[in-house]
Design a protein around this ligand. Structure first.
Ligand SMILES: [Zn+2]
Length: 339
């Protein structure tokens, strides 16, 4: 028998609280829906209602006419208060004379169309190259006008940089993500020209250069396994926020440390999920709300360990679920959320 097949059911008998919906309405600030220009949204609404999701933020807004088609379809079906969009930009042609002007114009158009933020994908810092075929660092000065414009327009930038640090580490018995790298071998970054630490450094240096712009670092900036370090980053960058997408298993394995962190930095963390899979949300609710012990995560290749509930107090839960998002993403409609 090997590691992959050894996964015995737990014989532990303890109280269990399976939660089907969140205690307070929540805003998912990190979601992706690619068909919203033509999608019938009624099914999505039914799922959102049953989970108690008040607003979903679709980070795949694309921009320009594509964004407009999505916004129009959402409005036509009457769901503009429940579905929000972050727009996207392209770094192709970064060194062309009109790239900057056109990109700034596009962002202005998108905000007028209804975008409430800008989402930057992880290709920046890893794969985006300039006209000389050189990697474009996240804190590259050529991008400064973009971040400044977002601050000016009062929209936050949600940015996903790098991947879990283990993807850069040796693929062997010492790697906590060994199973993920075995089943998803393209995620292995050991041959990458840029190191994880470098990408992170660039992200944070960019945040520091633009104190008037609010940044939401996706996936807790991949520091959910070192919350003291994330706290230090928060102290150094008052304009930095995070969301918890795809790192719930990190929080669930350190319930006491995570509760301390969520208490101290209760104004800086938002709810996000990333992949939209309705039946995975209850695990998030259970980690955040319950006091349950030793329960499983739903993807063993993310976490071979079991988790514990944080039992967050109501006032912190409300901030995490919606208050912080409403404060930072000012274009959202707050009318359906309790004061
Ligand atoms: Zn995402």
């Amino acid at each position: 028998m090997d590691f992959e097949s050894y996964d015995p059911p737990s014989s532990l008998v303890v109280p269990e609280h399976q939660l089907t919906h969140s205690k307070f309405p929540f805003i998912d600030v990190h979601s992706h829906h690619w068909q919203m220009d033509k999608q019938d949204l009624n099914q999505l609404m039914r799922e959102m209602d049953s989970l108690n999701m008040g607003i979903v933020v679709n980070l795949s807004g694309r921009g320009g006419e594509a964004l407009k088609a999505m916004v129009d379809n959402v409005k036509k079906q009457g769901y503009e208060k429940r579905i929000a969009f972050f727009t996207n930009i392209s770094f192709n042609g970064l060194d062309d004379a009109d790239w900057q002007t056109n990109t700034l114009k596009q962002i202005e158009f998108d905000v007028k169309t209804g975008a409430v933020g800008l989402k930057i994908f992880k290709n920046l810092g890893m794969d985006v190259k300039d006209s000389k075929d050189k990697r474009v660092p996240i804190d590259d000065p050529r991008l400064d006008p973009i971040w400044a414009k977002c601050g000016e327009l009062g929209i936050p930038v949600l940015i996903h940089s790098a991947d879990p640090k283990q993807f850069w580490e040796p693929f062997d018995s010492t790697n906590e993500r060994w199973l993920e790298l075995k089943t998803h071998s393209r995620r292995l970054r050991t041959a990458s020209e840029v190191q994880w630490e470098q990408i992170m450094k660039e992200q944070h240096s960019m945040f520091k250069k633009h104190p008037k712009t609010k940044f939401i670092a996706a996936h807790m900036s991949w520091h959910a396994n070192d919350l003291d370090m994330l706290g230090k980053l928060f102290e150094a960058m008052p304009n930095m926020y995070v969301e918890i997408g795809a790192v719930i298993a990190e929080l669930g394995r350190q319930p006491r440390q995570a509760l301390k962190f969520f208490t101290k930095y209760q104004d800086r963390v938002m709810f996000g999920k990333d992949s939209y899979v309705p039946n995975e949300y209850p695990t998030y609710f259970r980690v955040l709300e319950s006091n349950d012990e030793y329960f499983p995560y739903y993807k063993r290749y993310h976490a071979f360990w079991r988790m514990y509930g944080l039992a967050l107090p109501d006032d912190i839960l409300k901030k995490l679920y919606y208050k912080n998002a409403l404060k930072v993403i000012s274009g959202l409609d707050g009318s359906r959320f309790p004061k």
